[in-house]
Structure formats: C-alpha cells, structure tokens
Design a binder for this molecule. Structure first.
Ligand SMILES: [Zn+2]
Length: 204
C-alpha cells in the first residue's frame, strides 16, 4: 500500500510520475502498466523528494487503487476503490484508454484523474481545478532534468525564465555542455506542454 501525505518520504517505486498528484492513463499505458495484472507502485516527487505513492492493480476493465492519504500527517485514511477503464479506437488504428471518473454521479471519460483534498482521485470537472494546478502536471521528465541543470548553473528556476549566465568558477566547456543539454530538455518539455495543452483543449 502506498501513502500520500505532506512532506514525508516513501519507498522508492518503479514508476514516477509528475509533480501534481495526478494519474494519467495514457502515461500508464505507455509504461505498459495496464497490461500487468499484479500490484505496481506509482510514486510522485517534488524537487527530488518523494511526496507520495500508491499501489495499483490493473485489470482488463478497471484499475484498483490502494493507498493511504493524510491531510496533516496525523490522520491516515486507507482507500481502496476501482476506477473503470474505457477504450476507444484511434483515428490511425489502435486503441487508447480512458478513465471513467470514479466520483459519485460523474463517470466522465477522462485521461487524467487528480487527487483532491478529500483524498479521492477524480476528474478536473469534479474538482474544478484551476489552470495553474493543471500546469503543474506538465512538469514532465524533460522539464525536471532541465530544472536540475538550471540548479547546477545557479539559474533562476523555471524553464520559461530563459537562460542565465555562466556561474563564476565554472569551466566554459562544462558551461557550454550543460547549456546545450538544458536547451535540448527545454525543447522536449515545451513540445510536451503543447501536446498536453492540445489534449486538454480536446477535453473541454
Ligand atoms: Zn468527475
């Protein structure tokens, strides 16, 4: 069983997803998680620190989530419930998975479920999430790697803040290498943001 609270460390899991505590069924499918019918762990991290994890068991028509959730680190509540899956045909062949939002009375077909304060995963319609929170989920792997390099270069955090200058004492060769790596990760990340924005707009 995984745990989700504030500021605690959890066991290292095999799958690590983005900052926002959300589940993206397309990502899970890409990771091959939907095909494995045994317990798997998904973890979230922020600034390199694990901030939560859950256990999932994928079945052909649903995913069973199992985790504990704490709002204030003191009252831990156990949750175990199923999220139903739906598959639709893609325009160019193959099928893509969807979650059916597990919130009572919802059942919307969505790609992403968010963890709200009450500790249950539900769609953004149910939580009426602000754009800022959605944007957090764009913090993909490339973005995190770019941020790590920014940190090494003592640049202002945030890939949209542009590039900074060479830190004192760093060799030019190292600086050029890090800058080139940074720019490559930023390009990947921006493409991913655009792709996800397009997906979100599809869902509106
Ligand atoms: Zn919903």
């Amino acid at each position: 069983m995984g745990g989700i609270g504030s500021g605690r460390r959890y066991q290292q899991g095999k799958h690590t997803t983005s900052d926002c505590r959300s589940l993206d069924v397309r990502w899970m499918n890409q990771q091959g998680m939907l095909d494995k019918h045994y317990p798997q762990i998904i973890t979230w991290s922020r600034g390199g620190e694990k901030i939560g994890s859950i256990q999932i068991i994928a079945q052909p028509t649903k995913i069973v989530l199992n985790y504990r959730h704490s709002r204030n680190d003191d009252q831990w509540q156990s949750h175990e419930y199923a999220v139903r899956l739906d598959w639709t045909s893609c325009q160019y062949g193959g099928q893509r998975p969807w979650f059916l939002c597990p919130a009572r009375g919802c059942g919307r077909r969505v790609a992403i479920l968010y963890l709200g304060n009450c500790g249950i995963f539900a769609c953004r319609h149910c939580y009426n999430l602000a754009y800022d929170c959605q944007r957090e989920s764009f913090d993909d792997r490339a973005c995190r790697r770019a941020e790590k390099i920014r940190d090494k270069l003592a640049w202002e955090p945030g890939i949209l803040n542009g590039n900074g200058i060479k830190p004192k004492g760093m060799h030019w060769k190292t600086y050029r290498r890090l800058t080139a790596e940074h720019d490559a990760f930023v390009n990947v990340s921006l493409e991913e943001m655009e792709r996800q924005l397009a997906v979100l707009q599809d869902l509106l």
